[in-house]
Design a protein around this ligand. Structure first.
Ligand code: FNR
Length: 182
């Protein structure tokens, strides 16, 4: 059976290059994973006061994370950190205390930006956060420099070397997630 994969895109931008990369990865990993995209752009800004009567989108987020065997987070870098929208989603799903939805999940992290080492800093930060919250954050540092045309309208990765590299990353992720889900 294919692994249930929750895909979290760390950008709330309509034309997000990270969403394009995430869609390409979902397609590339199609034999191993059954992907579903998790929405984060309608979550209110986290506030402990809201926890008494939690808004529905935050409950939906927790349900979707909990239903998954594995989590793929594809994130941009905002000022050498993860975007506020992603941190907001991570915080919501980590709560309430004792009911952290990320617990025990196998997580993989990647991302893209126009910069040469774009997203390296944000990914390392994200890796640290998820190491605290999740079960396992898989190895492999995958920083993709986005160039126009790298991902086409059919969500195919047009560069052979990049596609092979990303396939290797997904294979490793699936292998680990499968062992831990067994
Ligand atoms: C950026 N961008 C950026 N890029 C980068 O490689 N390192 C960085 O620290 C930053 N910082 C940053 C801050 C803010 C507030 C914005 C809006 C942007 C550029 C970023 O990589 C670019 O906007 C990407 O297109 C963002 O990814 P999405 O939203 O297209 O997926």
């Amino acid at each position: 059976a294919r692994l249930k994969l929750a895909v979290v895109v760390g950008s709330n931008r309509r034309e997000s290059i990270n969403r394009k990369l995430a869609e390409a990865l979902a397609k590339l990993g199609g034999d191993d994973f059954e992907p579903s995209f998790v929405r984060i752009d309608d979550l209110p800004l986290f506030n402990q006061d809201l926890e008494a009567d939690r808004p529905e989108p935050t409950l939906r987020l927790k349900r979707e994370i909990e239903a998954a065997d594995a989590i793929l987070i594809v994130t941009p870098e905002h000022n050498r950190s993860i975007p506020a929208a992603l941190k907001n989603a991570i915080d919501w799903a980590s709560r309430p205390y004792g009911k952290n939805s990320w617990a025990g999940k196998t997580v993989a992290v990647t991302g893209t930006s126009g910069g040469a080492v774009g997203t390296a800093v944000s990914q390392n930060e994200l890796r640290m956060i998820m190491t605290n919250l999740a079960g396992v954050v898989v190895g492999g540092q995958v920083f993709i420099t986005y160039k126009e045309g790298l991902i086409d309208d059919q969500r195919e990765i047009t560069n052979d070397a990049t596609r092979a590299f990303l396939k290797g990353f997904l294979d490793q992720f699936a292998g680990i997630a499968r062992k831990l889900a067994a």
